[in-house]
Design a binder for this molecule. Structure first.
Ligand code: SF4
Length: 531
């Protein structure tokens, strides 16, 4: 038996930290199925809790690698430091983006440089004939059943690969240069989604590509030309095969594509709004609004391209959907520590974001991160010099954005009183339970009250944190705790105590007699009350 240890990945275009599951463990399970080898899957968090979970495995394939560092609520990714302690001592195969940051071999491991699929299959005893990304198609279907072994199943979201690589490949820090552009056959992608759906998955993100809008685009031009007709039929095919999908989202979109091909992009935006589910985000890799940084690092999009793309997505996507979130909004990624960065860069980025607010546009998420330098990228010339030098500026900038931008944006996107549906509770701290929707870049919701992990609640927004919201759960008035009643806006301690003392209520008239008409109106909004 071979163990598959999922140490989680987070590349610029692939996420595998729970509740996400990346395609890699699924592909590996498929390879083993194809070769008739028994396998056992475990996440690294399961392994940490119980290292015996893979005890019967003679060999272990370890998947790991975080190219986009961050804090994760759903799990703790496997680190380089932890690798030597993984059982067994010998016979381990290491795959994933982690191999890009290794300086030498680690004892007990055979590491396969990323991307690994062809080489791994060969090592496992298979024969490799197809060197494109279509190589994974059969394995993606055969390995789909691995999802049932995931500790969060069925509350997982499957990251789906459509293609690898970027035609531009020139941005100084980007690791996508290791991939050549290679598309997966759309019919195979639909077959994979169907296989996962058949095994019970209902949440998907078409997230494993550098620019979703250029999937199956015409790459013979200077800038790939998107194909809106293809996009429509691709989405229709997904829904035809899987009519009860609950989440269908995407990840990266290059704003340059929208700026270069506005007509085609407009049609694709409409398709996304129609055929994907609300709460969707197109993450734009803007990286910097400073022209000097853009030039020195060969970045693709300029601030005017990004602003144009933000406006266009807002035009069709800003309206609220059934789950309480706007259908489709842009997100922006900034990277700091790049070549040519000065104090002025921070000001330019700040001005760009303030301009968005002034124009009344919506942006669902601003990601600020410091560059992670890989040896094989042009950024290696200066390494982390700028990161170290500008550490203080970065900290201050982050503070300013959280204070002056994020909070204001949250208030616009999710105004007080908005009902958000299907928040999945993940952890509990005292009398607040924290959860998120199963979605792309979900908002952290602090739900008032104690709920078990994996409970799904609908809740109304009552307050804001810096990048999170507090929401009040839609629960029955006769079962709400005193603490919960006290946290309904407009209901003070005294009224809450009165309600608690007079329960159970059998009709809304009884409630009105207890608290008065105005307060009864508030209670009707936040709680489930008898007719
Ligand atoms: S546009 Fe630049 S940052 Fe984006 S994927 Fe291509 S090379 Fe990487």
């Amino acid at each position: 038996m071979i163990g598959i240890l999922d140490g989680y990945v987070d590349e610029p275009s692939c996420l595998g930290v729970p509740p996400y599951i990346s395609p890699y463990p699924r592909y590996i399970a498929g390879m083993l199925e194809r070769l008739g080898i028994r396998w056992k899957y475990a996440t690294v968090d399961e392994y940490r809790r119980n290292p015996e979970v893979l005890q019967k495995a003679k060999k272990v394939i370890v998947i790991a690698g975080i190219a986009v560092p961050g804090k994760y609520m759903g799990g703790r990714p496997l680190s380089l430091k932890e690798l030597p302690s993984i059982y067994p001592e010998k016979g381990k195969i290491l795959v994933g983006p982690i191999t890009l940051e290794m300086k030498g071999e680690i004892e007990g491991y055979t590491s396969i440089r990323f991307p690994f699929e062809h080489e791994l299959y060969r090592i496992l005893g298979g024969e490799v004939r197809d060197f494109s990304r279509n190589f994974v198609n059969e394995f993606a279907v055969l390995g789909a059943k691995i999802v049932k072994e995931h500790p969060d199943f069925p509350n997982i979201i499957c990251e789906i690969e459509t293609y690898k690589g970027c035609y531009w490949k020139r941005c100084s820090f980007c690791i996508e240069r290791i991939h050549r552009v290679s598309m997966r056959d759309p019919k195979a992608v639909v077959r994979e989604i169907k296989a996962l759906y058949t095994h019970g998955v209902r949440h998907f993100r078409l997230g494993n590509q550098t620019d979703f809008f250029t999937y199956m685009a015409d790459f013979s031009r200077e800038y790939p030309k998107p194909d809106p007709e293809f996009m429509r039929s691709f989405h229709r095919a997904i829904w035809r095969e899987c009519p009860k999908i609950k989440t269908l989202h995407l990840d990266n979109v290059n704003p340059k594509t929208i700026a270069e091909y506005p007509e085609e992009s407009r049609e694709i935006i409409k398709t996304v709004v129609c055929y994907q589910t609300p709460g969707n985000i197109a993450a734009f890799g803007m990286e910097s609004a400073d022209e000097r940084v853009i030039e020195k690092n060969n970045l693709l999009a300029h601030p005017e391209d990004v602003m144009f793309a933000i406006e266009m997505i807002n035009r069709y996507g800003r309206y609220t959907g059934f789950n309480g979130l706007p259908y489709f909004l842009p997100g922006i990624n900034f990277v700091f520590g790049l070549k040519g960065e000065t104090k002025e860069t921070f000001q330019r980025n700040y001005d760009f974001l303030m301009d968005i607010l002034e124009r009344g546009l919506l942006v669902r998420r601003v990601n600020l991160r410091q560059v992670k330098v890989f040896d094989f990228t042009p950024m290696a010339e200066i390494g982390e010099k700028k990161v170290r030098r500008h550490k203080r500026y970065f900290r201050l900038f982050k503070e300013k954005i959280r204070e002056n931008f994020d909070r204001k944006m949250l208030e616009k996107i999710l105004p007080k009183g908005r009902l958000i549906r299907d928040v999945r509770i993940e952890e509990r701290h005292g009398r607040i339970s924290f959860g998120r929707q199963l979605a792309t870049y979900p908002i952290l919701v602090g739900v008032v009250g104690s709920f078990e992990r994996n409970t799904f609640v609908d809740a109304r927004v009552v307050d804001y944190g810096r990048r999170s919201i507090t929401a009040f759960p839609k629960i029955d008035i006769n079962s709400a705790s005193l603490y919960q009643l006290m946290h309904i806006p407009g209901i003070g301690e005294r009224t809450a105590s009165n309600i608690a003392a007079m329960r159970p209520f059998r009709s809304s008239d009884e409630i009105e007699r207890t608290v008065g008409r105005e307060r009864a109106k508030i209670l009707r909004k936040y709680l489930i009350i008898p007719d």
